[in-house]
Design a binder for this molecule. Structure first.
Ligand code: PEP
Ligand code: MN
Length: 269
């Protein structure tokens, strides 16, 4: 890993996404549905996010689904809905870009690009989002080593874009009990070694609604600068990832605990 710029001993970076900051004591609390399904569902989600410390809205408009027969997202229409809701909540939003051909349209609406696990090694895509200068939430590939993850960040950095947030979202293991295993080793390690903010996705990291809260709190203790959590008012009806999405009550309960624990660790939240 020697020679990587992301490992240079430098002052920790604060990434600014409009009025939201992450890193160096600023906690990123990102939440929303896996995919934007309709304006109505988004409005319902906003009705409970508004009373929490959530400072970044999430939602997929271009969805990278394992099956080509699963819901693929609303595309540009989804981005328009996200923009409306984020304006109402007065917080920025992040949305995934799955291909170089969508960088322009996602960049026109979103305040931050999400590079998903399945695209962590799409080097041309990393270069394209790097060129925009816009913040990038970079998720770790589900089978990527820490070194490969850091090299992906390096591709973005080499385009002159330092606005990178590293996101641990779980890695594949031999154990079918969980969708993924959240690698908290990597969180503690990356926090120590790189100057970039590190956040955690306990939703994909577990794949189980019943343990998301515990792992979210463990991530804060491991040094995470923030969380990205999936929520849906009716998880059983969600068009994607309902099994790992928190409902309204579960999300409000999580938000209270996140607020208390993050302040124990001296985060501004
Ligand atoms: C998501 O955030 O909904 C997503 C698809 O995540 P990942 O790329 O980590 O699987
Ligand atoms: Mn998802």
């Amino acid at each position: 890993m020697e020679g990587l710029k992301v490992l240079e001993k430098r002052e920790k970076k604060v990434v600014e996404i409009k009025n939201t900051k992450v890193g160096k004591g600023h906690f990123l609390f990102c939440a929303g549905p896996c995919a934007v399904e309709s304006r109505e569902v988004m409005e319902e989600i906003a009705s409970y996010l508004k009373d929490t410390p959530v400072n970044l809205l999430r939602g997929g408009a271009f969805k990278p689904r394992t099956s080509p027969y699963s819901f693929q997202g609303l595309g540009e229409e989804g981005l328009k809905i996200l923009k409306e809701i984020s304006d109402k909540l007065n917080i920025p939003f992040v949305s995934e870009v799955t291909d170089t051909k969508y960088v322009e349209v996602v960049g026109r609406y979103a305040d931050c690009f999400q590079i998903g696990s399945r695209n962590m090694s799409s080097f041309e895509l990393l270069k394209e989002v790097g060129k925009t200068g816009k913040p990038v939430l970079l998720k770790r590939g589900m089978s990527a080593t820490v070194e490969e993850f850091l090299n992906a960040a390096e591709y973005i950095l080499n385009e002159g874009n330092e606005n990178i947030i590293l996101c641990e979202r779980g890695i594949r293991s031999f154990d079918p009990a969980f969708r993924n295993v959240l690698d908290l080793n990597a969180v503690a390690y990356l926090k120590e070694k790189t100057f970039l903010p590190v956040i955690v996705d306990p939703s994909h990291g577990t794949g189980r609604r019943d343990i998301v809260e515990k792992l979210a709190l463990a991530a804060i203790a491991a040094g995470a600068d923030g969380l990205i959590v999936e929520t849906h008012p009716y998880p059983e009806k969600a068009l994607s990832d309902g099994f790992q999405s928190l409902n309204r009550e579960e999300f409000i309960s999580l938000a209270e605990k996140v607020k208390s624990l993050a302040s124990v660790f001296k985060y501004e939240i």
